[in-house]
Design a protein around this ligand. Structure first.
Ligand code: F6P
Length: 442
């Protein structure tokens, strides 16, 4: 992957900030616009820039500015939540509403319903008026107060809605599809020369957003996933040649499976989309499982839902969902069948207990750490919008909250790198072979 260049990290602004922030006089510590958070933390990545006499690439620091762009009294803000559910959605909505209201004195906040569909006039969904009273206890519940949906909408019609509703800042909370929507909306707003700020808040349990330490909801999803692993381990140990098999979400990236595995040192095999495997033959997964059972007579296997799709998909007839994601075939039951087939052919009795927590890990309320993170992401999103930043996502990187230009955020999907520390530590923890690809099948 080519190194980021400093020029790519310049965040768009609607104009000069001339309005004194209402936070002045409250003892607030303001962020200096020139403050940057280094994109790379290692000396070998920074060295080439220093040698060329250049400042290494840095994200703009997030936080309140002493002068802001929007006059709060006249401002209307909008919030929309898109894509699949994620723990913490309600916390972010609440944080944005409370910060806008109590810190800046914004008086009109609209919650657009059911994702970007709520901004499309043809859907007919009326926005919810959001106040501190309306959002008072929503963080105690999973899901999203506003509802959500997948799929793009007509960008021009959405911007028309923002204009008709007099929205100055739109906060779009979502994953890669939503952030691509932020990019398209920002482009249309610029094309029409409108003073509207579009700010993304990165959401996905998959943790696959680039230049973000982690997406909110991920920690809660891992915690819920780890409960399934504990159950699987107990079940596996409860039978001779018991196999506990758990499928966890993770479409293209195996971060949930990897982190749940690392949080639970009882996992013997972690199968993720980034590390292809074969089933049969010397060096394949089933042979490795057989070796493990011969040693300990039980095994725990975690599989990310996007793993092993090459074994299942018909390459000539791929199917896609409304967000353009490949519809995955179900790897869990497939593995159960294949494991049973393999051991039956060898006359070895095994007992598989299959656990699929499915949507349970993403529809629960956020845990305390995710709630804290959501509160801070929401606050920083508001500070960014009030300071007239636009076409950006609020992030957290190298221990600081950041402004990430939207083009940088959507340029690539974050995936496990089989050679990096995280995956290497998973291999250490499980003891599984680094490569489970058979050279010969049979
Ligand atoms: O993108 C987040 C995620 O939870 C993925 O892990 C999962 O594949 C997907 O959403 C499923 O969402 P849905 O069934 O709502 O399309």
């Amino acid at each position: 992957m080519p190194l980021l260049q400093p020029s790519e990290l310049v965040v768009s602004r609607l104009g000069t900030c001339r309005v004194p922030s209402p936070l002045q006089g409250r003892g607030e510590t303001f962020v200096d616009d020139t403050c940057g958070i280094l994109a790379y933390a290692t000396t070998d990545a920074i060295q080439p820039f220093l040698q060329a006499g250049q400042m290494p690439p840095a994200f703009e620091a997030a936080g309140p500015r002493s002068e802001i762009f929007f006059a709060p009294e006249a401002l209307t803000c909008g919030i929309v939540t898109c894509g699949g559910l994620c723990p913490g959605l309600n916390d972010v909505i609440r944080s944005i509403v409370l910060t806008l209201t109590y810190n800046y004195g914004v008086q009109r906040i609209l919650g657009f319903r059911y994702g970007y569909a709520g901004l499309a006039p043809r859907s007919g969904y009326e926005p919810l008026v959001l106040t501190p009273e309306v959002v008072d206890t929503i963080h105690e519940q999973g899901g999203t107060l506003l509802g959500s949906s997948r799929g793009p909408q007509d960008i021009s019609a959405m911007v028309d809605t923002l204009v008709i509703r007099n929205v100055g800042i739109l906060f779009a909370i979502g994953g890669d599809g939503t952030l691509r929507g932020v990019e398209a909306l920002s482009r249309e707003v610029v094309r029409r020369n409108l003073p509207i700020s579009i700010i993304g808040v990165p959401k996905t349990i998959d943790n696959d957003i680039a230049w973000l330490w982690r997406s909110f909801g991920f920690a809660t999803a891992v915690e819920e996933g780890a409960k399934a692993l504990e159950a699987a381990h107990n079940e596996a140990r409860g039978a001779w040649n018991g196999i506990g098999l758990v499928k966890l979400m993770g479409r293209h990236s195996g971060f949930i499976a990897a982190s749940a595995t690392l949080s639970n040192s009882d996992v013997n095999f972690c199968l993720v989309p980034e590390a292809p495997f074969t089933l049969d033959g010397d060096g394949g997964f089933l042979q490795a499982l057989e070796r493990r059972l011969a040693q300990k007579h039980h095994a725990v296997v975690v599989v990310a839902e996007g793993a092993g799709q090459d074994l299942l998909q018909d390459p000539d007839h791929p199917e896609y969902d409304a967000s353009g994601n490949l519809r995955l075939k179900d790897i869990g039951p497939f593995l159960c069948r294949e494991i049973n087939r393999y051991f039956a052919a060898r006359g070895t009795e095994v007992t598989i207990k299959y656990i699929d927590p499915s949507y349970i890990i993403r529809s629960v309320p956020a845990n305390a750490l995710d709630s804290e993170y959501c509160m801070l992401l929401g606050q920083h999103a508001v500070h960014a919008g009030m300071a007239g930043r636009t076409a950006m996502v609020v992030g957290f990187w190298n221990q600081h909250y950041t402004h990430v230009p939207i083009a940088v955020a959507v340029a690539q999907r974050l995936q496990l790198d089989p050679h990096d520390q995280t995956w290497q530590r998973v291999l250490d923890a499980t003891g599984q072979p680094a490569l489970m690809v058979a050279e010969t099948v049979g």
